[in-house]
Design a protein around this ligand. Sequence first.
Ligand SMILES: Nc1ncnc2c1ncn2[C@@H]1O[C@H](COP(=O)(O)OP(=O)(O)OP(=O)(O)O)[C@@H](O)[C@H]1O
Ligand SMILES: [Mg+2]
Length: 407
Amino acid sequence: MTTTEKNTAADREVTGASIRLDGVEKLYKGQSEPAVASLDLDIEAGHIVAFVGPSGCGKTTTLKMINRLIEPTAGKIYIADRDVTGVNPDKLRQQIGYVIQSGGLFPHWTVERNVGAIPRLLGWDKQKIAERTRELLELVGLDPDEFGKRLPKDMSGGQQQRVGVARALAADPPVLLMDEPFSAVDPITRVRLQDSLIDIHHKLGKTIVIVTHDFEEATKLGDKVCIFSKGGHIEQYATPAEILANPATDFVKEFIGSGATLAQLSLTRVRDVELQPVVTATVGEPSKDVIARAKAAKDKWVVVVDRKGHPRAWPSVKEIGTVPEISSYSDPRLPVVAPSSTLQDALDAMLSASQGGALVVDGRNTVQGWLRMADVTDIIRGQLDDAQPDEQGYTEFAEAEHGGDAS
Ligand SMILES: Nc1ncnc2c1ncn2[C@@H]1O[C@H](COP(=O)(O)OP(=O)(O)OP(=O)(O)O)[C@@H](O)[C@H]1O
Ligand SMILES: [Mg+2]
């Protein structure tokens, strides 16, 4: 059985601050029932906590009370053990990064100007702002020379979202709040953004609270997941593994429902699985040299990389044999995952590219190796066999898989 544990906060540097909600309540004007009623919640410094729950249960209200975009009607909020309910809200928000669905960028400002917004407000000098902006754009995977002067409208949704994250991190806040940041992008971009958030969190150790509609996303990102029901009532607040193994209430059972088997898959990471080595080739290289190298390594496929080592295509040795040199073709459907991707992501990538494997790249998009679909399905079977036999969903799925083998 592979490890399903995440990197605990213990093996990363913590720069984030703890957050504590103590009897927090929000009663909106003209409403008879509070949107959030008497909420107690402790978030450890350096953790990612994911808020999930049905529409209207109070996730956004709770998040916005943490940075006082919404004023609580009652209760106290502590950040790093300091009561912030009396602090000047503008000052408070300069110390809390905030990312919303569409990135929330100023449309008439260039990327640079957007990212430097808070440092400018804080009166940093120009040089320092320019350096910080470059550093952050690189951190979120955008080339500062290519994107710095662009306007948000000339970028994809995923790229805009990366700028949104860079902007939220600009003044190095200990806390980052994110409200459904990835819900407006396509599924593949979404996985990439999730992976880069995990990467950034690993590097920076901030405390992150992220609201999502998607339980699978919550289990992938959260050290802990907080499942809310109406009125900001906490049904369960625990690690993803605990929630899956022991749903605390019927509400939780129903909420995780059919997603539970899939969510189980999202607890195992690509980095937990042994990768296959790859033979790489560069554009313009004579095919016969590449074929000789592949044969020596007993490989049937070759990964074509550009000068920076980024993958472009994944042809077979046979295909290469039909041309004199390696072509510059770039495969738009190349299945690529990160070490922090879940097996669920990896399977999705393989299936949508109709390939029996996926390439694994590091944070710099350099190829590390490839993951075989057969290895993933073996692990899934192992997990399913380990699952309690009386868990209906798991056994049904396992039988279907074995049935498929026998036929
Ligand atoms: N400004 C407001 N005035 C009155 N009621 C509000 C206001 N904002 C939110 N509400 C109500 O408070 C409740 C909680 O809303 P909230 O936006 O926090 O839910 P949510 O969990 O974020 O939902 P969703 O998943 O749809 O984003 C809802 O019933 C909503 O209608
Ligand atoms: Mg909301």
